[in-house]
Design a protein around this ligand. Structure first.
Ligand SMILES: *Cc1c(COP(=O)(O)O)cnc(C)c1O
Length: 446
């Protein structure tokens, strides 16, 4: 499969180059040349398949031409070592719990898959003796999923840049206590400063001549495409309950950078019968505005209690546009939008707990509420519960006025010793730091 850029100036790129580069040279996002439909037989039997088997079938359609079958099977197996249960919240509304992985958020799926695929492609390259440096800027969740995905992976070093004092203590411990091949850099600045440092590093000739650099956010095809897997599993689990329900499935995705929902759009193109999508936003409602006006107007993000969706210029919007040939009408037919204030999110979290007993996180709360308000008669809704409520402990406990249980996995992170290096927001300092970092070749280290 070849990949082209959404800016259309680059095409014919191999999967391996697309994964290693992350972003195309014309600054567009990579898209596969075509999307293969999975034969109808697959959908007929899907409710009898294991999650891993159906994920492998989807992975084969996406990556089968470029990755050896056994290797691809291993990557899928390694990625999905946790469950993604579909849980009934109330009549016709289900939660797809994506938070049972190592860092308790859906980004574990893409983080793990990408780390394994990247190391496979690096090993296959001729200059495989050079250490690859993954730079990732985070406002909280991405850093932990990427760091945990890459932990202990041979030949790769990860630098997580995070804004000092602006991530929650629980989020911070998930990437500062790991050690090994993970270095946390505490930047004296905002998330935007962190991102600017990473971008400047990719542009710097001297740095790129000396060391191999790559990025690991959802612009990378190996990070966002595997997120398609669990849409199939949502359908399969619903079909096992009721075939009629499955065939009227509406999926609601709490969205920030729109990588997650775009993976769902790919699943639909692969033949998965999803009736329609709802993109749930917090007050950062650039997409909803686009649906209303046909104009895409990015603006600086505002901070909300569903902070993983505080995005003012969703990078994967370019992919959504590309999938529908730029047609506002076609997009509006398949995706609707909604936006909630912090007050609405808090109220929803509280009411849902009281009326159904189900504990939402602030992001999932947007998804649940959208289904309650927007489902049509006969439709059955599934919202993606993107993170465990305990990841937003202070917020959720504050809203409910009661203690939230912290899962064992999270407690383990909190016991570790925090280690990070202080960094200014000046690029010269960051560059000097990277240039003096040891770059052992894989061969020397073995
Ligand atoms: C990243 C994230 C989102 C937004 O996902 P996108 O793919 O960026 O749209 C939503 N909820 C949580 C908890 C997240 O971490």
């Amino acid at each position: 499969m070849k990949y082209y850029s959404t800016n259309k100036k680059v095409s014919g790129v191999s999967l391996s180059d697309a994964v290693i580069k992350g972003l195309a040279e014309d600054k567009g996002l990579f898209m596969p040349d075509h999307i293969l439909e999975i034969p109808a037989m697959f959908y007929e039997n899907i409710d009898k398949m294991s999650f891993e088997d159906m994920a492998y079938t989807a992975a084969y359609m996406l990556f089968g031409e470029d990755v050896h079958a056994n290797m691809l099977k291993m990557i899928v197996h390694d990625t999905l070592n946790f469950d993604v249960p579909l849980v009934k919240v109330e009549e016709n509304i289900y939660s797809l719990e994506l938070f049972h992985g190592p860092t308790l958020a859906f980004k574990d799926v893409g983080g793990r898959f990408m780390s394994r695929m990247l190391s496979y492609f690096i090993q296959r390259q001729h200059d495989n003796d050079k250490l690859v440096n993954v730079l990732v800027a985070t406002s909280g969740d991405t850093g932990s999923a990427v760091a945990n995905g890459f932990l202990g992976v041979e030949g790769i070093h990860v630098y997580v840049l995070y804004p000092k004092g602006l991530v929650s203590p629980i989020q911070e411990c998930q990437f500062t206590t790991l050690g090994q091949n993970i270095t946390a850099l505490e930047v004296d600045g905002t998330f935007d400063d962190c991102q600017a440092l990473v971008k400047a590093a990719f542009m710097d000739d001297e740095l790129n001549a000396k060391m191999k650099l790559t990025s690991a956010n959802s612009i990378n095809v190996a990070r966002f495409l595997p997120q398609a897997f669990y849409y199939f599993y949502a359908y399969a689990q619903l079909k096992a309950i009721s075939e009629a329900a499955a065939n009227n499935m509406v999926v609601c995705v709490p969205s920030g950078n729109f990588g997650n929902i775009t993976a769902g759009l790919f699943a639909k193109r692969m033949g998965l019968p999803i009736k329609r999508f709802i993109a749930a936003n917090n007050r950062n409602d650039i997409f909803l505005e686009y649906l209303k006006t046909g104009e895409y107007k990015p603006r600086p993000s505002v901070s909300t209690i569903a902070n993983a969706m505080d995005v003012g210029d969703p990078s994967n919007f370019a992919r959504v546009l590309d999938l529908y040939g730029g047609s506002h009408q076609a997009i509006s037919k398949e995706i609707s939008g909604v936006s909630y204030t912090d007050e609405r999110i808090a109220e929803t979290l509280k009411t849902c707990k009281k009326e159904t007993g189900y504990l939402l996180d602030p992001h999932g709360a947007c998804g649940y509420r959208a289904l309650k308000e927007m489902l049509q008669p006969g439709e059955v809704g599934v919202f993606l519960e993107t993170a465990h409520p305990a990841k937003f402990l202070e917020t959720v406990e504050g809203i409910l006025g009661e203690k939230v249980e912290i899962p064992e996995k999270l407690q383990e992170f909190m016991k570790g010793e925090k280690k990070s290096e202080a960094m200014t927001k000046q690029f010269d300092d960051f560059k000097a730091y990277l240039l003096t970092s040891p770059q052992p070749s894989t061969k020397e280290r073995e």
